[in-house]
Design a protein around this ligand. Structure first.
Ligand code: CAA
Length: 257
């Protein structure tokens, strides 16, 4: 299959997917979402592959959903397009998924990393949910998965006050599995993925399902509520102002309406 905004490679028994929009810090537009899910499903169906790694580049894993694509959208546009709905298919991937994160993992980027089963972070990784800066909230699971991973107090600071979590903090909070030098973060992720790919496939599949069961009980309701609130905010003046201000590189003027 040929892709336009991602690249795929095979390393032994591991399928590697690189998000490839470096000029936008790998911002996730609807094409990235669609191609990423297609590539994951293709690797999931390939018996020569036992695990997958998702990565960006050294500067950014992904700096969030593409603000330029959403700036003029109404709540109804967002609801009808339901781009985030595409990501529900990531939850159906059976093989282990590892995020190899360097640099920014913000907004939808952090949400994508948290949708994976494990995260290998470079020392330069920075995690956050900066949606509050542009007048919205996370919409792809951030309020739910982050809270479960790091607890309420830290999640509140991240979601409400744009606190960024460093790689070392992310390890301490239980958000990531390992922090390694930037030179080796991708190799280490591939090595871990190859270890998983060599293990008993059915037991790996059941183990993943069961850990997710423990983590995700009640998650589906929270995700659906979050998505509705996220789409709803696109009927506000603050969303338009926040996103325009980001694009025009100025401070927003909030109206609370
Ligand atoms: N969408 C679209 N374009 C983006 C982007 C995004 N999320 N993040 C960065 N870019 C673009 C910038 O507009 C800029 O493009 P130009 O060169 O054309 O101006 C380019 O990438 C480089 O970015 P900066 O010049 O801003 O780089 P920086 O080093 O000064 O700052 C940054 C880096 C702090 C990550 C900053 O780019 C930033 O704050 N980005 C936005 C982060 C954000 O708000 N993410 C959440 C998006 S909403 C979301 O994800 C919702 C959801 O839950 C699904």
């Amino acid at each position: 299959m040929s892709y336009t905004v991602i690249q795929t490679e095979v390393h032994d028994r591991v399928g590697l997917i690189r998000i490839n929009r470096p000029k936008t810090l790998n911002a996730i537009n609807s094409t990235v979402m669609r191609e990423l899910v297609q590539a994951l499903e293709a690797f999931d169906a390939d018996s020569a592959i036992g695990a997958m790694v998702i990565t960006g580049d050294e500067r950014a894993f992904a700096a969030g959903a593409d603000i330029k694509e959403m700036v003029d959208a109404s709540a109804v546009d967002m609801l009808l397009a339901d781009n985030i709905g595409t990501w529900d298919r990531i939850r159906n991937i059976k093989k282990p998924l590892i995020a190899a994160v360097s640099g920014w993992a913000l907004g939808g980027g952090n949400e994508l990393a948290m949708s994976c089963d494990m995260i290998i972070a470079s020392e330069t990784a920075k995690f956050g949910q900066p949606e509050i800066n542009i007048g919205i909230i996370p919409g792809a699971g951030g309020t739910q998965r982050l809270t479960k991973a790091v607890g309420k107090a830290i999640a509140m600071e991240v979601v409400l006050n744009n606190r960024t979590i460093s790689a070392e903090e992310a390890y301490r909070f239980g958000l990531v599995n390992r922090v390694v030098p930037v030179e080796v973060y991708l190799d280490q992720a591939l090595e871990l993925a190859n270890e998983l790919a060599a293990r008993a496939p059915l037991a790996i599949r059941m183990g993943k399902e069961m850990v997710n069961h423990a983590f995700e009980s009640f998650l589906a309701d929270g995700i659906a509520d979050e998505r509705r609130s996220f789409y709803y905010l696109f009927s506000s003046e603050d969303q338009k102002e926040g996103m325009k201000a980001f694009i025009e590189k100025r401070d927003p003027e909030w109206k609370g309406r």
